[in-house]
Design a protein around this ligand. Structure first.
Ligand SMILES: Nc1nc2c(c(=O)[nH]1)N[C@H]1C(S)=C(S)[C@@H](COP(=O)(O)OP(=O)(O)OC[C@H]3O[C@@H](n4cnc5c(N)ncnc54)[C@H](O)[C@@H]3O)O[C@H]1N2
Ligand code: MOO
Length: 462
């Protein structure tokens, strides 16, 4: 009946509660959803398994998703950390602007060194921020301090620890080592940046070291993309908010809100807490419809799978567009992407482990791209397996929570968290990152090299 995903629309009988009858089939995930709708109540394990998207295919699909960009604005340098640059930055001048001393000592002309036998008359004292006016006289040296502009004519600095200074016949003199090469202990003008160097590109996210470079060229107003307005919505009748709700039978505290708000805080967004929405279709439709009007992005957790209590897909298809990515990965088997007007909606799984991993692998790159940032894949470090998986089910990619410990020879070894449950917040706390096992890995021997994605590389704030 349904053979393969294509761009098709299938008409369904309205579901209980008057759902919209249309559903677009563009992906294998849509197909799975369609199968679910055509055979409601049939247990997952009795239906033929849906075709799942590979991790790489999911990333490619996310990268191809057309995204509107936030407007451009200007911020003072002091507020630019983490912001997305809206235009290129070119150095208008050399940094440093002049040749300076790299050490405290004595500046002289290298050509004078041998003729003077390393023995110079001292004629000036030059401190940082106080450039001298006069050029250095022949066979003379200047007392100079780190960062001070070199006097005209001088090209070499002797470190004060290597020199002897004193008074001879009422004249201040200094003896410097004869072995110094020309240009020793001198910093050249432009050695960090030369005028005209392109130092930042549009889409770069400004790191502390980038702010240092911008400061070094004297830039104060920085063109950046406006922060995205991101709304966070937790879904589930069971959810409680610490401090707001009393514990009750069947209740569970909304951990995901705090997890996702913390992860989003490291993105160029302003996070709004949209609270908790119960498992009711009308309530979810109202919450998402209202939130979409005031946000560029909405991230939800929970309520995204096939269950009767999971309304996200139906609500998104009623309010706008929806794409379901059923993924050949573990954990985080499903990701829901929606669009309501210009607002992107990302539906993450409810289990905290799956929510965090899906956020880091898929939602974060999408958020960054929507914010105008250039996204590069996270570095995978090769580390030694501190575990053994003699036989593993192939065909899906697994991300295992792992801690890095130094092995006997100093090589980092990845130890897996002992339990794999997707609800174990403890495992996220104990881990330094994720061991990634590709689809075709059938076994892992202890000590074998395995790719490791550190939480830092994935953008988890410290
Ligand atoms: N028949 C099937 N059932 C399930 C499947 C499946 O493929 N077939 N997949 C399982 C997996 S894996 C996951 S992950 C979940 C995803 O389901 P939802 O995204 O609809 O999430 P919920 O069912 O709402 O919640 C799952 C789990 O997580 C807890 N949760 C939800 N929100 C929060 C929160 N804010 N803070 C803390 N914990 C939260 C919730 O209580 C559930 O225990 O579906 C499986 N089932
Ligand atoms: O795959 Mo679920 O999304 O593991 O926890």
């Amino acid at each position: 009946m349904l053979k393969g995903a294509g761009a098709r629309t299938v008409r369904f009988e309205p579901l209980a509660g008057g759902d919209d009858p249309f559903f677009n089939i563009n992906t294998a995930g849509d197909l799975a959803e369609a199968a679910n709708r055509l055979a409601p109540g049939v247990d997952d394990c009795l239906r033929p398994g849906p075709v799942r998207l590979t991790h790489e295919a999911a990333l490619a699909r996310l990268a191809a998703r057309p995204l509107p960009l936030p407007p451009t604005t200007e911020v003072p340098l002091a507020d630019a950390l983490g912001r997305v640059l809206a235009g290129p930055v070119t150095a208008p001048r050399d940094v440093p602007a002049a040749d300076t001393a790299a050490v405290d000592g004595y500046a002289f002309r290298h050509g004078d060194l041998d003729p003077a036998g390393g023995f110079f008359r001292l004629e000036a004292r030059l401190a940082a921020g106080h450039p001298g006016q006069a050029a250095l006289s022949p066979w003379a040296a200047a007392r100079i301090f780190t960062g001070a502009v070199m006097p005209a004519g001088a090209d070499t600095v002797a470190m004060q620890e290597d020199c002897a200074s004193g008074i001879e016949d009422g004249v201040s003199v200094v003896r410097v080592p004869l072995s110094l090469r020309k240009g020793a202990n001198r910093r050249r003008a432009g050695e960090d940046l030369t005028a005209g160097t392109r130092l930042l590109e549009p889409g770069d996210r400004l790191r502390p070291q980038d702010l240092a470079a911008l400061a070094s060229i004297g830039l104060d107003r920085i063109p950046v993309r406006a922060r995205l307005r991101l709304g966070l919505l937790s879904t589930g009748d069971e959810l409680l908010r610490p401090g707001l709700d009393q514990p009750r039978p069947g209740g569970l505290y909304d951990a995901n809100h705090f997890l996702l708000a913390g992860l989003a805080a490291a993105c160029p967004v302003t996070v709004t807490d949209l609270g908790i929405c119960g498992d009711r279709r009308d309530a979810l439709q109202l919450a998402l419809g209202e939130a979409a009007a005031a946000h560029d992005l909405i991230v939800t957790s929970g309520g995204a799978s096939h269950g009767e209590e999971d309304h996200l897909v139906a609500v998104l298809s009623a309010l706008g567009q929806v794409e379901i990515l059923d993924l050949a990965i573990k954990p985080g088997r499903r990701l829901v992407l929606g669009r309501i007007g210009d607002t992107d909606v990302i539906g993450l799984p409810g289990n905290p482990v799956a929510a965090m991993i899906s956020f880091l692998l898929y939602a974060r790159p999408l958020i960054l791209r929507r914010a105008g940032a250039t996204v590069t894949p996270p570095h995978r470090l090769m580390v030694a397996a501190g575990f053994s998986l003699p036989s593993r089910k192939t065909g899906r990619r697994e991300f295992h929570r792992a801690r890095l410990v130094p092995g006997p020879d100093g090589t980092l070894v990845a130890d897996l968290y002992a339990r794999s449950g997707s609800g174990l917040i403890s495992s996220l706390r104990a881990a330094d990152g994720l061991v990634e096992l590709a689809e075709d890995v059938a076994s892992v021997a202890p000590g074998a090299p395995v790719p490791f994605l550190s939480f830092a590389a994935l953008g988890v704030p410290a």
